[in-house]
Write a protein that binds this ligand. Structure first.
Ligand code: ACM
Length: 601
């Protein structure tokens, strides 16, 4: 019966599923993907200092620090377990790769100590950016200093990028994800590797404090080790936030102790639609599912924290809730029954705004807040068809009781109630830009995805904003001409479009521009069934985004970026990460830079 309804091509609910706003946005973005590229100050020596994202200030120096059997790691406080743990993130793979002993000295770091990789916590003024660091490499040693451990972790990534890419093979072998995806290239070096760091002086700090990637684990489940691999990739490129989209119509992926059916039922779908949603329904006949236990999620969050990455959970409401409603149909306005969805797009099955629903969501959020220490909790809020609320006596009664104008404002009421609950627990709410409609919750942060307009409006209203517009940061869109690419949702966001993204819209005066905390690349996964494919969609676009978010606007240079990319491709090969090898969106298999304009055949 339900399957037959899905097969009906004129059915309203199927139309909704097919014409998700995101698909409409795809069609719009195809027409507007920007062609301009930022041409800024050229990197003076991209091959010698192939650092991505480009540092705020970099001074080339001649010579290099050659690591040798006398080289040691020297900490500003040898007794600090925190300093030891963070220095080991680099020292452990470097030992294995170089064959050097690299002992950690029991003496504290002294100025100019030879043969040392020095790591120094130097508490600066309270106003110092906690992510700033300074790196000085001379022929006799390297010294990394920062006011906070975060800056040291970021600076270690810079040292890592100045070392030979062969280091990454050991990073992979020492990681929990080494078996999560097949290495893409043989990483046995043909020639002996010179373990040296080019001399340099770097002063660095980020332009934006929110530098994120969304991974949708609801549409497809990926193993915890793969999420840790993504965290490692984020850390390597100085991105500091992983937004995990944990719940949607097609799957609920987080164990909630009080509501076991969420994962007993909601984490599993009987099959998945084949091909794109536009076609008549044909299922693949293969059940799909999986979920993260609370213990697994705690490990993921800790793994991220050790690498200066915050994990922000997203629990979708009031829409994109069909998997939850399949488990607990009493939370819907119709009573169900529902099944975990096997198709993509927008679904009209949404939470009913009943007291039972609020009690459920609050219980869920309590368990979520115990697992995720992040300041922000994302509650979704996008793509909410109001049909069920229009037809529901319960929803209409809430509208009457609260003196609300209609269903749009009812969504505002819903989000405000959840915001009050989060604020009472010391957390802040983030939602997609639809939460502007019907009135924004007082302290909400807005993720602007349908272009930057929602972000501009939210900043004007005095709210914080994270920019994530489809035409620049949707990493589920094609990065090359569709004929040469794996099936994607549509759209066209080639590498240079990401690189040319400017998160601060011209319309915003400085005090409102300061509301833009940063931006995020989104990997929605309707058409991304495997970890290797996630990597392919993420890389190298994530590198372009990292430079947009970290480097000063004036330091950005498309040519400089492209000149630094081959070094990163070698690094990603050694890490065993998949990526799009061609920089040419029209001609897969070539590494030549394209000339503009370009069209797809
Ligand atoms: C979204 O892409 N629906 C936020």
């Amino acid at each position: 019966m339900r399957v037959a309804r899905r097969e009906g091509s004129t059915d309203y609910s199927l139309m909704l599923r097919v014409l998700s706003l995101r698909v409409l946005a795809v069609l719009f973005a195809v027409g507007c993907a920007g062609r301009s590229t930022a041409i800024g100050r050229a990197n003076p020596a991209p091959e010698r200092y192939p650092i991505v994202p480009a540092p705020r200030r970099i001074e080339a120096r001649s010579g290099e620090f050659q690591l040798d059997p006398a080289t040691r790691i020297v900490l500003s406080d040898p007794a600090s377990t925190e300093l030891r743990a963070l220095s080991e993130l680099l020292a452990a793979p470097l030992r294995a790769a170089s064959g050097l002993r690299l002992p950690v000295s029991s003496e504290p770091l002294k100025e100019g100590a030879p043969h040392a990789i020095g790591i120094r916590l130097t508490p600066g003024p309270a106003s110092a950016d906690p992510e700033s660091y300074r790196l000085v490499v001379t022929e006799s040693g390297a010294t990394l200093s920062a006011p906070k451990p975060a800056g040291l972790l970021l600076g270690l990534q810079t040292i890592r990028q100045l070392l030979p890419p062969e280091l990454e093979r050991e990073v992979r072998l020492q990681s929990p994800w080494k078996g999560a995806a097949a290495p893409t290239a043989a990483s046995t070096p043909a020639a002996p590797v010179r373990w040296a760091i080019p001399a340099v002086e770097i002063e660095d700090a980020p332009r934006f404090r929110y530098r994120g990637v969304l991974l949708d684990v609801a549409r497809y489940y990926y193993p915890p080790e793969f999420i840790e691999k993504v965290i490692d990739l984020l850390a390597l490129y100085k991105l500091n936030t992983l937004h995990l989209h944990l719940t949607d119509d097609q799957g609920w992926r987080l164990e909630i102790k009080k509501y076991p059916r969420l994962t007993q039922i909601g984490a599993w779908r009987r099959e998945t639609i084949l091909g794109q949603n536009f076609r008549p329904y044909i299922g693949d006949g293969t059940p799909h599912g999986g979920f993260y236990t609370q213990d697994q999620m705690r490990d993921i969050v800790a793994y991220a924290a050790a690498r200066h990455v915050t994990v922000i959970p997203e629990i979708e409401m009031p829409g994109h809730a069909q998997a939850a409603l399949a488990a607990y149909p009493e939370l819907s306005c119709t009573g169900g029954p529902y099944e975990v969805s096997t198709v993509w797009g927008m679904h009209e099955e949404i939470y009913c705004p009943s007291e039972r629903t609020f009690a459920f969501l609050e219980d869920v959020l309590v368990e979520v807040m115990r697992l995720f220490p992040s300041k922000y909790i994302h509650i979704g809020g996008d793509e909410v068809p109001k049909k069920q609320w229009k037809e529901s006596a319960v929803a209409q009664e809430v509208i009457r009781r609260e003196g609300i104008a209609g269903e749009e404002e009812l969504q505002s009421y819903f989000v405000r109630r959840i915001e009050r609950f989060l604020l009472a627990h010391g957390r802040r709410l983030i939602g997609w830009d639809e939460i502007l409609e019907g009135g924004l919750a007082p302290e909400a942060t807005v993720m602007s995805w349908r272009g930057t307009e929602g972000g501009i409006e939210a900043a004007r209203q005095g709210h914080d904003v994270i920019m994530t517009p489809t035409n620049r940061t949707y990493f589920d869109y094609y990065q090359g001409c569709p004929a040469g690419e794996p099936l994607a949702i549509g759209g066209f966001v080639p590498l240079d479009s990401v690189y040319a993204f400017e998160p601060i819209p011209d319309e915003l005066p400085p005090e409102q521009a300061a509301r833009v905390l940063g931006a995020q690349g989104n990997v929605w996964t309707e058409y991304i069934p495997t970890p290797a494919r996630v990597e392919y969609m993420l890389l190298p676009r994530m590198l372009a985004l990292s430079e947009v978010l970290w480097s000063p606007k004036e330091a950005r240079s498309w040519r400089g970026f492209v000149a630094r990319l081959p070094a990163h491709f070698a690094r990603l090969d050694a890490l065993g990460a998949e990526y799009r090898r061609s920089l040419n969106p029209g001609a897969p298999g070539t590494t030549a830079m394209y000339s503009l304009p370009r069209t797809c055949p």
